[in-house]
Design a protein around this ligand. Structure first.
Ligand SMILES: [Zn+2]
Ligand SMILES: [Zn+2]
Length: 134
């Protein structure tokens, strides 16, 4: 028989098909946020509990600095923003997402530290450092 469940993560309701004959465990994907849900239920179609088994990773977060593709996990809200460092170059990025990660934009907040140091080194006036008195 069909039953209706509600995703504990995003609140989306959806219908699932239960096995009438025995207690079982269902593994479904949420229509709203794409999380995998595990549903324990009994033959009387009383829901025991619903847990979030796994959530989709937002992929294709392209670092604006080095163009590396980063994965971004575990968003807890439908829309929001979070800062993280690029796995490859260490640049500080800000990710803004909506629709549980279906729409994503990435801003470069800070260039990687190594690059900032290299830049300072290039700007450094070597003559002044060593001085003229020997
Ligand atoms: Zn959901
Ligand atoms: Zn990068």
């Amino acid at each position: 028989m069909d039953g209706t469940i509600q995703c504990p993560r995003c609140g989306e309701t959806m219908s699932v098909e239960f096995n009438d004959l025995e207690d079982d465990f269902l593994d479904v994907e949420c229509d709203g946020c794409g999380a995998r849900l595990g549903i324990n239920y009994t033959a009387t179609i009383e829901l025991e509990d619903i847990e979030v088994l796994s959530v989709p990773i937002i992929a294709n977060i392209i670092c604006s600095y080095c163009n590396t593709d980063n994965d971004f996990e575990e968003i807890e809200e439908k829309a929001g923003s979070e800062q993280f460092e690029c796995e490859n170059c260490g640049a500080l990025l800000e990710v803004n997402w909506t629709d549980w990660g279906e729409k994503v934009s990435v801003d470069l907040l800070e260039e990687p530290e190594e690059n900032r140091m290299a830049q300072e080194w290039e700007d450094y006036d070597g003559d002044r450092f060593w001085g003229d008195e020997i």
